[in-house]
Design a protein around this ligand. Sequence first.
Ligand SMILES: [Ca+2]
Ligand SMILES: [Ca+2]
Ligand SMILES: [Ca+2]
Length: 417
Amino acid sequence: MKRDKKILILTSLSALSLIGCKEEIPMVSLGIDDFYYIGRMQKLDLHPALTGNEYRWSMAGENGEWNAVSSERDYIFLEGEEGEYRMRFEIVDSKTPYEHEFLIKVVHEEVEYSPYISRVYEYYPAPGQFINEMPQYEPGDTYAEILKKAEESISGTNDIMISLGGYGGYVTFGFDHTVMNIPGEYDFRIWGNAFYELSDPDAKGGSAEPGIVMVSLDTNCNGLPDDEWYELAGSEYYSSDTRQDYSITYHRPEKDKTEEPDDSGFLTDTTYIPWEDSEGKRGYIAKNSFHSQDYYPLWEDRDELRFEGTLLSPNAKDLSGVGTYYVLYSYGWGYVDNHPNDYADLNSFDIGWAVDRHGNRVNLPGVDFVRVYTGVNQYCGWLGETSTEIARARDLHISIPGDKPLPPAEPEEPETE
Ligand SMILES: [Ca+2]
Ligand SMILES: [Ca+2]
Ligand SMILES: [Ca+2]
């Protein structure tokens, strides 16, 4: 009880903010304080001022034993559960060893968190038949204005669909807190507009336009998505049909371009937006008769748009054989806009799936930024290019009334070939 009193006095004196990354305030030569207060799901960024040969950060376990949590010089403390965490920092050095114990009290947020998207940081769609309409471009709109429209569309429960266009087009969003990675559990869910066609629903085919998910932790604590990105390795990550380090460049159509329609009458310009990819292939995003607006982002100053990432193999089949009936089959798991929204688990994601650019698993305590990009470069006749759409996302660890428990996440370590 005595200890609690002491803590309360310290809180009122230090008046520390519970919002965002909290920079530690150097008070002793080490630069690590004795007590910290931080909201749950908020990062505490600790930088010791002293140096040595090695470093060791430990957290006290239930029985007072010390569990090592990091051997880096800097440490980001992040916990989702309220409570007191006893920490120890050691500098392992033969000449000037150092040891410092401190306490971190994790408290409930002052303003309740939203489980839904609160910020859209980037919206860079590839060209496509829904671009300039989802969200709606109005003459004179700048990138900042389109970004705001994208944010208003998918934030909270507004549920207004935005399109990412053809392969590579992406959106980057975040929440009003850090999304925790709970081991073995799905951590967040994303809503698209996929559906299964009615004639053969068991085949899980219809309109599946898989988007690849990437995640990032704001490790430099500047609130911006300029930190390391990691792909969530979904069911196709280790498939021999999936290609890493793919890139594509789209070109703005010429102003006075002559349209080249096809024989079907559905495509009004088959050579509308040219592209070439890293495999030496060339092609076009065609214009169709159902969507007559510009398909190239009109707020863009750049005359070519380059995107890169992992490429999933085509998932569509032309069941008619004559280009009139395409079915786009769902991949197993781990992609956006790939299964109907009713399937909660198949639209949910485990941060534990994260891999670095060499395919090595990384162990992230949580993420601040989520990026989704269209994962296939595919054209289905009159249906047009395949494009991932998004309407909503939520953190599954901020519960809301009516929540049903999800099954454990798919294997954290996807099977290798
Ligand atoms: Ca997880
Ligand atoms: Ca950052
Ligand atoms: Ca879609």
